[in-house]
Design a protein around this ligand. Structure first.
Ligand code: R5P
Length: 323
């Protein structure tokens, strides 16, 4: 691992430090600052010439700042003659703007992919992209990791038998994810008919599949943003007679009324990963955070050693548990 260097901006230092611990690597030295007018600046404080460099930086809140910070870090490392730069972006912001669904709107996810490439990234590692098709927005290799095995390993520890379980997809877009969880956790599949009216308003009334009554309902989503989708879905399954509602999502975007909604919703527990750091006001009793650091560290090791990541992923998939 002598030719490897690992850096991070300011967006998720706790996750970065855990990744470094797993890899037994010293965090790369870098100064990250803001100019008085808000412009991002960084200076790499050690030699990276000819090195295999990894930058761990989710583009989470404040999204524009963390994205720009990532871009200037990549640029400075490229100009410092690194041999290869891998942007490890556990949460890829702007991912929901992935298509033109009305006239005269941007495809911002594609723009962000272009920006990363243009800055000098040679590879990207991402976790649970909002849609798998975003991989095609990049013309460089992208390793798409999943937090599902880690979430499942914690959920299996709760000890529910498959007969008690129903796995609920909160919308049509999450059906594939939900079916994978059914394979690991057992139980039946149910799908909520979700109609989105605006960025923060959704309507969920009907449910397909089940049964729900008397079951422990597990709701999986890629992210909880304003909490509208997951809390609405939780109400639907509770009204249908679920005895418990447990939610798991990879990215805790948690903006606007999310925490208030999660507190009030008929949800017993929420599992989130640490792709996005929780703010102090997000620390409520029902939220449990599980770490993706080990998956990221192993992916980084595979990439550095030119070993197959898909083999690592398939091992995880077949056992349903990572550890
Ligand atoms: C939707 O397609 C996504 O998978 C999430 O369900 C959604 O983005 C979450 O947003 P919110 O928490 O604001 O409903």
């Amino acid at each position: 691992m002598s030719s490897i260097k690992i850096f991070s901006g300011s967006s998720n230092r706790p996750l970065f430090e855990k990744v470094c611990e797993h890899l037994e690597l010293t965090p790369g030295q870098m100064t990250v600052e803001k100019f008085p007018d808000g412009e991002s600046f960084c200076r790499i404080e050690e030699d990276v010439r000819g090195k295999d460099v990894f930058i761990v930086q989710p583009t989470c809140r404040p999204v524009n700042d963390t994205l720009m910070e990532l871009l200037v870090i990549i640029d400075s490392i490229r100009r410092a003659s690194a041999a290869r730069i891998t942007a490890v972006v556990p949460y890829f912001g702007y991912a929901r703007q992935d298509r033109k669904d009305e006239g005269r709107v941007p495809i911002s996810a594609k723009l962000c992919a272009n920006l990363l490439e243009c800055a000098g990234a040679n590879r990207v590692v991402a976790v649970d992209l909002h849609s798998a098709q975003i991989q095609g927005f990049f013309d460089i290799p992208l390793d798409h990791l999943s937090a599902s095995p880690i979430l499942d390993s914690y959920i299996l520890e709760l000890g529910y038998s498959p007969e008690e379980v129903v796995v609920v997809s909160p919308d049509a877009g999450s059906i594939k994810r939900a079916t994978k969880h059914v394979t690991t956790l057992g139980g039946n599949l149910a799908i909520i008919d979700k109609r989105r009216h605006s960025g923060s308003e959704v309507e969920q009334a009907h449910i397909i599949g089940g049964p729900i009554e008397g079951r422990v309902a597990f709701l999986f989503d890629d992210m909880i943003s304003t909490g509208g989708s997951i809390c609405g879905a939780a109400r639907v399954v509770k009204n249908k007679g679920a005895k418990k509602v447990i939610v798991a999502a990879t990215h805790g975007v948690l903006c606007g009324p999310a925490i208030e909604r999660l507190v009030e919703a008929p949800i017993d527990q929420v599992f989130l990963t640490d792709t996005i750091p929780l703010l102090p006001e997000h620390r409520i009793e029902k939220i449990k955070v599980v770490s993706v650091a080990r998956v990221l560290a192993d992916a980084i090791k595979c990439i550095h050693e030119n070993r197959s990541i898909s083999q690592m992923l398939s091992r995880m998939g077949s056992t349903g548990q990572y550890f």
